[in-house]
Design a protein around this ligand. Structure first.
Ligand code: TYM
Length: 328
């Protein structure tokens, strides 16, 4: 059975990029022939400072969000990374295989470390190795992610191959799966850069919890260009991004949306888009709020998920210890 795995950081904000890039593809891959794992990477989150009470809330919020988006804990092993200590154990072993230069080349690290000088945490630097451990521990075949995570999945592939050639066949070499539309939703205030929860302005992203008013305000303020017609062209990145979002929330192809707005300007288009986004988010928000009211249920789901994940991880770690020679 192909094993499909992805993970997201628990942050107070999950935005529509996270939903389209990773959560939705994972929901669609919940079919009988797959074995799926989805988890909350709380140990990745602490690579930057976190307030403990807030982190706890964010873990529960992330769990509620995945369930609201359609993750079925019967079909997908849903858990919290820190509950399965094999992740950090394998990360240590992979640390001893990875090269400094490989990590220095990671563009996400370069972006996040910029301006921090010597005070950047070692965890932030090492983050892709923990991610490689997350993936390799479960003999993952396919990793659905947004475009920005592709380089990290490639590192996981390299480390799997390196380990296998040094110690004998141990890990499955994973494939990233990046959807055609939606794998790189751009910032509303800067369509040259990806939508990001760590952006300096809230106008950059649409949070899954934004209400109708906030969605309308952000979309109205979204950067477009000096044109006046609605068309999908790479030379018009702001508009192309809005059309992509429109298509993702309605399920209509972009051509059809372009036709619907023939002869109309940005104003009507943006109001239409904001309405479509809010209509799409409303039922998800209602479900998130419902799940958040039942904390014991969320905890029970995470508990069961961790036990299922650990059963797989523990076996793999036994094999890894054997291969490297520490198992006596
Ligand atoms: P994170 O938490 O930054 O993002 C979660 C997922 O959302 C995708 N994403 C986007 N997709 C489309 N457009 C965007 N603007 C956008 N922004 C983010 C990301 O590509 C990602 O799929 N290191 C990972 C988490 C991780 C992981 C793993 C993923 C840890 N271990 C193992 C897969 C497998 C991260 O920080 O994602």
């Amino acid at each position: 059975m192909p094993r499909i795995l992805t993970a997201l950081q628990p942050s107070g904000i999950l935005h529509i990029g996270n939903l389209f890039g990773a959560i939705e593809p994972m929901v669609k891959l919940q079919v009988d022939d797959n074995e799926n794992l989805l988890f909350i990477v709380d140990y990745h989150a602490i690579t930057v400072p976190q307030e403990p009470a807030e982190l706890r809330r964010n873990i529960l919020f992330a769990t509620a969000t995945y369930l609201a988006a359609g993750i079925d804990p019967e079909k997908t092993i849903l858990f919290q990374q820190s509950r399965v200590s094999e992740h950090t154990e394998l990360a240590w072993i992979l640390n001893c295989l990875v090269h400094m230069g490989e990590l220095e080349r990671m563009t996400q690290y370069k972006d996040k470390a910029r301006g921090k000088g010597e005070s950047v945490s070692v965890g932030l630097f090492d983050y892709p190795v923990l991610m490689a451990a997350d993936i390799l521990l479960y003999d993952t075949n396919v990793v659905p992610v947004g475009e920005d995570q592709k380089q990290h999945v490639e590192l996981a592939r390299d480390l799997a191959e390196r380990f296998n050639s040094r110690f004998g066949e141990t890990f499955v070499v994973p494939q990233p799966q990046i959807r055609k539309e939606g794998a790189r939703i751009m910032g509303l205030d800067d369509p040259e850069k990806k939508m990001s929860k760590s952006a300096s302005s809230e106008k950059n992203y649409i949070s899954l919890m934004d209400d109708e008013k906030a969605v309308l305000k952000k979309i109205k303020a979204a950067v477009t260009d000096s044109g006046s017609t609605i068309s999908y062209e790479q030379t018009r990145p702001g508009l192309a991004n809005l059309l992509t979002i429109y298509s993702l929330v309605t399920g209509k192809p972009t051509d059809q949306i372009v036709n619907e707005y023939e002869g109309e300007g940005y104003g009507d288009f943006k109001v239409g888009l904001a309405g479509a986004v809010s209509a799409y988010l409303a039922p998800i928000q209602e479900k998130i709020n419902g799940y958040l009211q039942d904390e014991p249920k969320l905890l029970a789901i995470l508990e069961t998920g961790a036990a299922r994940a650990q059963a797989i991880a523990a076996k793999k770690m036994e094999l890894v210890r054997q291969k490297i020679g520490v198992k006596l």
